[in-house]
Design a protein around this ligand. Structure first.
Ligand code: ARG
Length: 362
């Protein structure tokens, strides 16, 4: 490979261990015990998201093979389980799965380009786990480029690592700009279409979904608490490479959202589309000290994504206190960190920004 992946051992790639309690809508897609041997860990092959007690959204490419979609009778969904090898939660058979089709009845999923990489699974009995709503038309700002997002799954912890964790893992990424993502992929001959795909990653790489995470959720935090579903893990070039964010099914945009929303509404009467949620406020530090400096005085300039926000600053292990931009600190030689958190006009804390620097000298 041309690029060595930036990875640290034991992650989604670059993530950390988490539990199903934190992300209760996360499911594992597995072969039924009657089809494959072993426990849930051995039979799992994709992730999925519970959007109602009986409906799961996952990726079409998880099932597609030999030019078509196999019958539902070999698959199951595991809910309420952190460690796949355990018997916690429920394992529920697929009742059926719905592959969205065009006017002629042909699957919208395109196995060459991975457009419309989603299917809707109906469970044979309801899951008792909590569900998540898809971001609605008035909630687009929650998944605008630059907003934080979380990806979860039991996928590989390193590109080509074959290191599949038993426990659920979480990675923090940011929604990527559509054009920038399409450009990166165009350079290697892959078309990323912003009508059906949404990219997310980290500047500099290092955090991403990977093989085995497919179909699983990408969610965004919303102001005042809670999350919305905006994507399902679809593909990438390697995993966590700096120049290639992960590509997700664009579940929260008009075409995919309408298909999912209308289908489930017609089947159950349940509306799986969210409304009224606002984006979390971002804190952005635009100026600060050099990473290594001899200067004891540091000047920080920062702003919030939401107008009329106020700020709270925490220097090293001191108490957090109100602050404003520009913010001046004077510190002793050594390692320091400043955490700045924007607070919106409603008093809701935003995503903090953190800066670490080191003052040389004695
Ligand atoms: N296609 C993979 C799967 O089936 C998911 C790959 C995601 N890759 C990435 N770099 N984000 O599990």
């Amino acid at each position: 490979e041309a690029h060595a992946p930036v990875t640290r051992a034991g992650r989604i790639v670059g993530g950390t261990k988490t539990t199903i309690t934190q992300w209760p809508w996360q499911t594992a897609i597995a072969f039924r015990p009657s089809v494959a041997a072993g426990n849930g860990f051995q039979r799992q092959f994709c992730g999925g998201t519970l959007v109602t007690p009986t409906f799961v959204v996952t990726a079409a490419h998880c099932f597609y093979r030999n030019g078509g979609f196999p019958s539902a009778d070999q698959y199951s969904v595991i809910t309420g389980r952190t460690n796949l090898s355990s018997s916690a939660g429920q394992e529920i058979d697929f009742d059926s799965y719905f592959v969205p089709v065009d006017a002629l009845g042909n699957p919208l999923f395109n196995p060459d380009a991975f457009e419309f990489d989603f299917v809707i699974v109906r469970l044979s009995v309801p899951s008792v786990s909590s569900t998540i709503q898809i971001a609605g038309p008035d909630e687009r700002a929650t998944w605008a480029a630059g907003q934080p997002a979380f990806v979860t799954g039991w996928g590989d912890t390193a590109e080509g690592g074959g290191a599949f964790p038993d426990a659920l893992r979480i990675g923090r990424v940011a929604i990527a700009d559509d054009l920038a993502c399409a450009d990166s992929y165009a350079a290697v001959g892959t078309t990323v279409r912003p009508d059906t795909m949404l990219c997310a990653g980290r500047f500099g790489g290092g955090v991403d979904t990977c093989q085995g995470d497919s179909g699983g959720p990408m969610v965004v935090p919303v102001s005042g608490g809670g999350f919305r579903l905006v994507g399902d893990t679809s593909f990438g070039i390697g995993c966590a490479r700096p120049e290639f964010p992960g590509v997700y099914g664009r579940l929260a945009d008009d075409s995919l959202r309408a298909i999912i929303g209308d289908f489930i509404l017609s089947q159950t009467g349940i509306d799986v589309i969210g409304s009224g949620a606002r984006p979390v406020t971002l804190t952005m530090i635009t100026q600060g000290p050099k990473k290594m400096t001899t200067k004891r005085k540091a000047r920080f300039v920062f702003e919030a994504s939401e107008p009329a926000s106020t700020f709270r600053c925490r220097l090293d292990h001191r108490r957090e206190r109100p602050c404003a931009s520009p913010f001046l600190v004077r510190v002793h030689p050594g390692k320091h960190k400043l955490r700045i958190t924007a607070v919106n006009p409603l008093g809701e804390r935003g995503q903090p920004a953190l800066r670490r620097w080191r003052v040389l000298g004695r």
